[in-house]
Design a protein around this ligand. Sequence first.
Ligand code: HEC
Length: 155
Amino acid sequence: MLGIKSSKFRLTFAATVIAAISGAAEIRFTQAASPAKSMALRAVMKSLGRNMQTMTDAISKEDWAVVAETASKIAHHAEPPPPERRLIIDWLGSNSETFEALDEQTHEAAQAVREAAEGGDDQKVIETFARLQNSCLACHQRFRKPFVEHFYTQN
Ligand code: HEC
């Protein structure tokens, strides 16, 4: 989500990024009095979490149209606004490539779920869905705790 992706990618998601920016501004405003401000990335993640729940539910119902649509939302998830992206990249330092690669794995796995669902290939949906979950887990295992400690813990 922080990557130097193609300009086409950036343009396609300009609208969602704008939505994320205004969302983030609102969070900052309403939480101004509390010590830890919420990062826009957290709102992006909450939304990914909801998408995954929708997808699990749709898989149980074998509703491949909803699975495909939700996979597409995950593949095209919003990014934090540029100032926050810079903060995160600075913090990541030499780990930023790993972080980006893990994000890319999530995008790719979500595309694979979408393709499988569009083809109505139920077994492939299950396989690619597992891959998608693993891609979320891989980044969380490596980065979630240090991220929260760095951006939310006051010294
Ligand atoms: C490239 C790294 C990365 C990937 C990939 C990633 N996450 Fe996250 N996720 C994070 C980080 C960092 C946090 C901690 C953010 C925070 O607490 O502000 C997080 C936190 C979360 C949270 C907790 C938010 C909260 O309310 O505290 C959820 C839910 C979540 N991610 C869902 C997902 C799902 C679902 C996927 C895969 C579809 C995913 N994430 C993929 C990095 C990632």
